[in-house]
Design a protein around this ligand. Structure first.
Ligand code: SAH
Length: 343
């Protein structure tokens, strides 16, 4: 397989063009085209002979939307993109008052095995390449005609299980000559791969780290998240403290509210004790029902009680508004249905 041109950084593009005997100004010209989603045929200010030479050496794939669902309620749009090898990933575009946000996938499938999650049911198929993640952002923007200002890595896959490629994607999407999306507008969500949280801390990026905690103790977390057997709650929270010490960025904790599993008043009080002293924000997410799973969402009253206990104890907590409820917008479900239909 040839290397994809859109996965290359500007210095790499410059290097490649230099090797082809091209003048220095071509690099930025080409890079700008690439980050506008152009195909070789669109690059009219680049000599045809050079475009042909590039095409012979590099791929320049553009994903096709095999499904596109728009919510009649809130304008959320969900895409199922087909990649060069036929695999599909989901991207969701949400319209918030502060800007249009894309939720992107980082892997085809996932190997983390969380009990409540649709993305992990078929296991991990493969990891996404940097340009494939960039393409989710770029082609969602082009197809929708809506300018994207924010990115959350909360789609299919575990971004820290695809560390190097995710880091390169961040470099691409953040580049001033490309989409120029600010790190402060990017959130990365992890189920808690501790060594990778430390590796991320070393890079001192200004992005927001979201940690999928979902439980106040090992007994509950072991039941719903196999990753907890490798890195338990205390080990994970210690890594979060180190992350904060290194970056000064407040951590965001995700907590899916599951009826009778993790939503009691005692659970909230225990969570409060464990988060003491750590600058954190808790995002309470009413569980999205997944067909294959017996787990059900907490009642509204349980969610409100939980939130109140955290807030009264001095930990900021919000309940995530669910968008796109009418279009299977919680990740993994559209890909699963599509793959099942295709057999
Ligand atoms: N692998 C990463 C990011 C992908 S999932 C992670 O684990 O953080 C993004 C968020 O959605 C995670 O917090 C995940 O635990 C949560 N999630 C998965 N399935 C869910 C469901 N059915 N209902 C509510 N939240 C869910």
């Amino acid at each position: 397989m040839k290397r994809d041109l859109r996965g290359m950084t500007l210095p790499e593009v410059a290097e490649a063009l230099k090797a082809m005997g091209q003048p220095a100004f071509r690099a930025k010209q080409l890079y700008t085209w690439l980050h506008k989603g152009a195909g070789y045929e669109d690059m009219t200010n680049i000599p045809k002979t050079l475009r042909e030479a590039l095409a012979a050496e590099y791929d320049l794939y553009r994903p096709t939307p095999v499904r596109r669902q728009e919510s009649a309620r809130d304008g959320t749009i969900k895409y199922l993109w087909q990649l060069a090898d036929g695999n599909c990933v989901e991207t969701v575009l949400m319209r918030y008052h502060y800007g249009n946000t894309v939720c992107i996938s980082s892997e085809v499938g996932c190997r983390m095995g969380c009990a409540f999650c649709a993305s992990t049911i078929g296991g991990l198929v493969r990891r996404l390449e940097p340009h494939e993640m960039l393409d989710e952002v770029l082609f969602t923007q082009l197809d929708s005609g809506l300018e994207i200002s924010h990115i959350v890595l909360m789609g299919i896959g575990e971004p820290l299980d695809n560390f190097d490629k995710v880091m390169r994607f961040l470099e691409l999407v953040n580049s001033p000559e490309g989409m120029n999306i600010s790190m402060r507008h990017i959130s990365l969500s992890t189920c808690g791969l501790v060594p990778k949280i430390d590796a991320l801390a070393e890079r001192k990026l200004q992005l927001t780290l979201s940690v999928s905690l979902h439980a106040p103790n090992d007994e509950i977390r072991n039941r719903i998240m196999p990753v907890n057997q490798a890195y338990d709650v205390e080990t994970l929270l210690s890594a979060c403290r180190r992350y904060y010490a290194a970056t000064s960025r407040r951590i965001s904790f995700e907590y899916a509210m599951i009826d009778g599993v993790n939503d009691s008043a005692d659970n909230a009080k225990e969570l409060l004790r464990r988060l003491k002293g750590l600058p954190a924000h808790v995002n309470l997410i009413p569980l999205n029902r997944v067909e294959e799973s017996p787990l059900v969402p907490s009642t509204k009253a349980a969610v409100e009680r939980f939130q109140k206990i955290l807030e009264d104890g001095g930990v900021s907590a919000t309940v995530r508004r669910t968008l796109g409820g009418d279009i299977d917008a919680s990740c993994g479900q559209l890909r699963r249905k599509y793959t099942q239909q295709k057999g």
